[in-house]
Design a protein around this ligand. Structure first.
Ligand code: HEM
Length: 432
């Protein structure tokens, strides 16, 4: 009898606790929903947890982070193509349908043309002088004009053609040297190096800081998760007097401030002329020395990491598919001109995958990005035979965790043999 009473008592307690927690949960949910909704029609919200929101859907056991795109794919397969998520207090709209994405980029682009508040104001990258973090407006337009005119627009890209040719020849000679000495080559790092040198020399004719800039880009890549975390937590924690996250970011930013200062001092005349051309035209926005520094740092990061990851993934696929490798080589060796005119088609296809984003805040260097990726992969395929280190196939697992661009979990390392060909490294005139 006593056992039965205890059993009933336990059941009652569990039932009471269940009622209590579910009412609390419903109350929190309704309160949160009301607060967030503000009369706006929000997309559906999958069930979330108090405080962390949907963070648990991005975690794998034991508390690791799976590649983000895979988590998003899993969430949208379960709950639908257009969702409202919340990571702590940060709202996220998840779109996984081409037609919804198209509608957003055409009808609502202006509303998504801001990447959220700056994490650490003082940082030279993604701080308050940042182009990348700037809201869409007069300052952003001024900086974009500066970038397109001097660096990424069709005329600027045409103007830097000789620089690219010289650097690509240097890239080839470096690989040839490693081939002769039977040294291993990390494809991603070699590509990053040549992209940084091309960019540096297109910006400022004499550029000898390639290795230091590369170190900076690598450190920023390693800090990527910190930037995400700082964007969510830094400002609320700072109000409580805690600024742990700031320390690591500022340590890198301050160290490399000296490097940018050195580059700028060497090109003082050019920077002065830029600042003179882009004065405070309408008293609404002003380009300062700090803005130029920040833009330089962000461009090296935006171009270096993306181009090297793109070339790495492309080479992994090509090396894993010998038939494609041979076909590609035949196409480059024979008459590449016959593929001209297919550029538009390729670009349209790429838009479907949003490799360069879309809308106002799409990649500002996509034109250059295409040329760099195509010519660099072209040199690697045309000039060398490749042997993958550590196996027959390249391991193509994706790296997990928070990062700006999807990386491979393992470095792509190869040894290579030069081909006996009549080499003529140049871009096809019509490519640019
Ligand atoms: C294969 C190479 C590249 C890829 C895959 C790539 C991809 C991207 C993506 C996905 C974005 C974000 C778009 C968005 O938020 O919707 C972006 C932004 C950007 N990229 Fe690239 N990119 C590449 C090369 C370059 C190069 C070579 C440059 C410049 C020299 C560059 C400069 C930028 C800048 C400045 C932004 C920020 C644009 C803004 O905020 O208005 N990128 N890129």
């Amino acid at each position: 009898m006593a056992a039965i009473v205890i059993f009933d008592f336990q059941n009652c307690l569990i039932l009471t606790l269940l009622c209590l927690f579910s009412s609390l949960f419903i109350f929190a949910f309704v309160f949160y929903f009301k607060k967030q909704n503000n009369g706006i029609d929000l997309p559906p919200i999958p069930p979330s947890l108090p405080i962390i929101g949907h963070l648990h859907l991005l975690l794998t056991a034991p508390l690791g982070l799976a590649p983000l795109h895979k988590c998003f794919h899993k969430i949208s397969s379960k709950y639908g193509p257009f969702l409202h998520l919340r990571i702590f207090h940060v709202p996220v709209v998840l779109i996984s349908s081409a037609s919804v994405a198209y509608k957003i980029f055409t009808d609502h682009d202006i509303n998504i043309s801001f990447r959220g508040a700056v994490a650490i104001d003082e940082s030279h990258v993604f701080g308050s002088y940042s182009f990348f973090r700037a809201p869409y407006g007069d300052f952003w337009k001024l900086m974009k004009k500066l970038m397109v005119t001097h660096m990424t627009g069709p005329q600027a890209v045409e103007k830097s053609r000789d620089t690219r040719t010289t650097e690509l020849q240097g890239f080839y000679r470096n690989l040839l040297d490693k081939a002769t000495k039977n040294k291993s080559v990390d494809i991603g790092e070699e590509v990053k190096r040549v992209v940084i040198n091309i960019l540096g020399k297109s910006m400022a004719v004499t550029f000898s800081e390639g290795e230091e800039v590369m170190e900076f880009v690598n450190e920023l890549t390693a800090l990527s998760p910190m930037f995400f975390v700082a964007q969510i937590f830094h400002k609320p924690l700072e109000k409580l007097g805690i600024s742990l996250l700031k320390y690591n970011i500022m340590e890198v930013s301050d160290r490399f401030d000296g490097l940018w200062e050195g580059i700028i001092v060497k090109h003082e005349e050019k920077v002065d002329s830029l600042l003179a051309v882009y004065p405070d035209e309408s008293a609404k926005s002003e380009v300062t020395r700090n803005h130029i520094k920040s833009l330089g740092a962000e461009l090296f990061f935006a171009a270096g990491d993306t181009s090297s990851q793109t070339a790495r993934w492309a080479m992994a696929e090509i090396l894993n598919n010998p038939k494609i490798f041979e076909r590609l080589r035949e196409e480059i060796d024979s008459v590449p001109e016959r593929f001209l005119g297919q550029d538009e088609e390729t670009r349209e296809k790429a838009l479907k995958f949003l490799a360069f984003g879309a809308g106002r805040r799409a990649c500002a260097g996509s034109n250059l990005g295409y040329i760099l990726a195509q010519t660099i992969v072209g040199v690697m395929v045309q000039c060398f035979d490749w042997e993958i280190e550590g196996g027959e196939k390249v391991k193509t697992e994706e790296a997990s965790g928070l990062r700006f661009f999807m990386a491979m979990a393992h470095p792509l390392k190869c040894t290579l043999l030069p081909r006996d060909i009549n080499l003529n490294i140049r871009e096809a005139d019509e490519v640019v």
